[in-house]
Write a protein that binds this ligand. Sequence first.
Ligand code: NAP
Length: 261
Amino acid sequence: MFTSLKGRSVIVTGASKGIGRGIALRFGLAGCQLMVVSRRLQEAKRVAAEITAAGGTAEALAADVTRQGDMQAMAQAARDKFGAIDILCANAGIFPASPLATMTEADFDLVMATNLKGTFLAVSACLAAMKEQKRGRIILTSSITGPVTGYSGWSHYGASKAGQLGFMRTAAIELAPHGITVNAVLPGNIATEGLADLGKEYVQAMEASVPMRRLGSVADIANAALFFASDEAAYITGQSLVIDGGQILPESLAAFATDAP
Ligand code: NAP
């Protein structure tokens, strides 16, 4: 049994849909107070309403993780509404495909600004509150792409997701004396609106490449985030957890043969 997280104040960036929405709903069910953050207020409000309809507590906030002022306003809003920031899920991210041959500087910069700099800005905005409280949980949404694997068209994305882990390791050392842990979830291919945008063909190819023969669910990732946020995970920091149905395991397509020795 895990200690209850009831009443903990949680910020989730990129929570209007996909994995972030799944994380927010899961923490809501655990009795936490949610700050649901995305650029589009109406969409964030919709998720906050889902949480409150399920008996939870949630506020919606429009903020862009690429903007320092927005991230500071986000942290202030959580402190004003809930009196603390116990848990930050730095989840917002984008994954537009762009082969190296045609990738522009703007393509590269946008992915880095959102996925990597956005992580830094969200984390740094929440530090003052967490340090004052002498405790905090920071959970980054990275990916298998970059830290573990590669995929044509996503070199900028892979760099940003591997960069998050480099950031995490030093942040974990710096924040450990303050009772703050920093860990990362590394999703494989998860059924989200963003993934669906990549097309049916991509989704089918991904399903076929997962030993469990299905995409992950947002709940699969949310449960891992919930574990990192738990009191029981207090001594785990600077670590990453792959949640991918075994996708990174096969050495080749031959590894899938059912009659393999
Ligand atoms: P998604 O369905 O496209 O949702 C992305 C979320 O991020 C939305 O809520 C979006 O809301 C928000 N967002 C995007 N840019 C933002 C910005 N600049 N500021 C604030 N919010 C922003 O994506 P997803 O599949 O759930 O992915 C979420 C995270 O998981 C990303 O970090 C992604 O790299 C990672 N991931 C996903 C998968 C997968 O298979 N789905 C696999 C590995 C890793 P607004 O548009 O309203 O701002």
